[in-house]
Design a protein around this ligand. Structure first.
Ligand SMILES: Nc1ncnc2c1ncn2[C@@H]1O[C@H](COP(=O)(O)OP(=O)(O)O)[C@@H](O)[C@H]1O
Ligand SMILES: [Mg+2]
Length: 292
């Protein structure tokens, strides 16, 4: 019988998940590490990866706030089988407080649901914006990780989250249009001053093809933008993940038997092993300053 450790070793060999990166040497801080899961193109697995990564970090005893930052298609709560009464939109509209919206979705995983309405932040008066800034900043000491499931594309609504995050996890697939869209995303994020971009190739038929697609991206990035991105994970096309997604099953808390979960768990270890990522100021401080 193959024991758990051997299984993990095999997964590690296959997975192209390497040890902690010098890319993200970290300033020590009590604030949570913010990770924006984003993509140039929709339907590449951002929501799925956000959920499974949050679950994997929670299994490492980390406290995770999962924020639905997809303004167009906020669906994390649906995948978690939750029907929240209040969401971030209500908070911004002043219809509820921060504590009313955050739900413990699974042990260690807390959800801030539904982002539609967040775009109204930009139109609030200075006093109200400052109150919200304080409310959001208050969250940063309460969690180890903030994972934001953003929308796709290079609109300012998406890049606002990504450019201010400590780490951008850019998800792409083998699809040729995903390559062009991922490149466009890197370009915009670099222009906006983002430095920590980690790539996850999802739905890869095998590791070789996943790596080749990453190399295609990185070659373009190095040639035209002069600063490489880093490969963080190659995730397989997995019929079980598809089945769970279609059935809208609670992904958090699912068993760790398959390769997708195994690699995501190694990705979580890698992120934890990197220590604290990023800048002196907190994510929400940066986000709100950008709105002034
Ligand atoms: N590795 C994978 N293997 C198979 N299906 C996947 C995988 N990752 C995501 N999916 C499926 O692809 C679809 C889109 O994923 P989703 O996470 O909603 O993408 P996004 O948030 O980027 O739009 C869902 O049906 C999901 O179950
Ligand atoms: Mg999504």
């Amino acid at each position: 019988m193959i024991d758990q450790a051997q299984k993990l070793r095999e997964i590690a060999r296959d997975a192209a998940v390497r040890p902690p990166s010098p890319l993200i040497q970290r300033v020590s801080s009590k604030r949570c590490v913010s990770i924006a899961v984003t993509s140039g193109k929709g339907g590449v697995g951002k929501t799925t990866l956000s959920l499974v990564l949050a679950s994997s970090l929670a299994k490492l005893q980390k406290k995770v706030l999962l924020m639905d930052a997809d303004l167009g298609l906020a669906n994390l709560h649906i995948l978690l089988g939750l029907a929240p009464r209040f969401n971030l939109g209500h908070l911004v509209a002043g219809e509820c407080g921060m504590d009313d919206i955050i739900i413990e979705a699974a042990p260690g995983v807390y959800l801030a649901p539904g982002a539609s309405g967040l775009e109204r932040l930009a139109n609030l008066d200075a006093g109200r914006l400052e109150r919200l800034r304080m409310d959001f900043m208050g969250l940063e000491d309460r969690y180890d990780y903030l994972i934001m499931d953003t929308g796709a594309g290079i609109s300012s609504a998406v890049t606002g989250f990504a450019r201010n995050a400590d780490l951008v996890l850019l998800v792409m697939t083998l699809d040729p249009s995903s390559l062009a869209d991922a490149y466009a995303m890197v370009k915009v994020l670099y222009e906006k001053g983002s430095t920590n971009i980690a790539v996850a190739v999802n739905m890869a038929a095998n590791e070789r093809e996943g790596r080749a697609r990453f190399d295609d991206l990185n070659k373009l990035v190095v040639k035209f933008l002069k600063k490489p991105v880093e490969l963080y994970a190659i995730l397989p096309n997995d019929s079980e993940i598809l089945r769970l997604g279609r059935k809208q099953i609670h992904l958090v808390g699912q068993g760790g038997g398959n390769k997708f979960y195994g690699i995501t768990s190694l990705l979580a270890r890698r992120i934890c092993g990197a220590g604290k990522i990023g800048a002196d100021s907190g994510f929400f401080d940066r986000l709100f300053k950008g709105m002034r």
